[in-house]
Write a protein that binds this ligand. Structure first.
Ligand code: ADP
Ligand code: MG
Length: 140
């Protein structure tokens, strides 16, 4: 077991429905600690840069529009196996396929408005954390 850091976003559907506390409660109950957090409204350029890996996918334009449709909360989560643990508590991308008790099953609206983002590898976690946070903003 090793302590890891991973990157999380509470998406615009979470802030719009006032569910950020509910999401953090589920993350904390899963054993993750919030070691950095800020509420931002992403610019189009920021969202396009963040999701550049998906730019060839058919839903890219809609995804970017959704992510800039309202404020989001970007976070760094810390814990044992934090990357995999966060993916587990998030649930499957499509809430219809997510396990009961996961954030997406319990809270998500749709495959697009699915409440949370979470890094899918430690390498991507490091890149995504650095995209939004300065080292001194992360306090474990
Ligand atoms: P995940 O967020 O589970 O890692 P992906 O990285 O594959 O999923 O996709 C990034 C985001 O793009 C998803 O969280 C979701 O908001 C959106 N998305 C994925 N697939 C679709 C789709 N088929 N239609 C619309 N939006 C999608
Ligand atoms: Mg992904």
């Amino acid at each position: 077991m090793t302590t890891e850091r991973t990157f999380s976003i509470m998406k615009p559907d979470a802030t719009r429905r006032n569910l950020t506390g509910a999401v953090v409660k589920m993350l904390e109950e899963a054993g993750l600690r919030v070691v950095a957090s800020k509420r931002i409204h992403m610019s189009r350029a920021q969202a396009e840069g963040f999701y550049a890996v998906h730019k060839e996918r058919p839903f890219f334009g809609e995804l970017v529009s959704f992510m800039i449709s309202g404020p989001v909360v970007v976070q760094v989560l810390e814990g044992e196996n934090a990357m995999a643990k966060n993916r587990e508590v998030m649930g499957a991308t499509n809430p219809a396929n997510a396990e009961p008790g996961t954030i997406r099953k319990e809270l998500a609206e749709s495959i697009e408005a699915n409440t949370v983002h979470g890094s899918d590898s430690l390498e991507n976690a490091a890149t995504e954390i650095a995209f939004f946070f300065q080292p001194e903003e992360i306090v474990g």
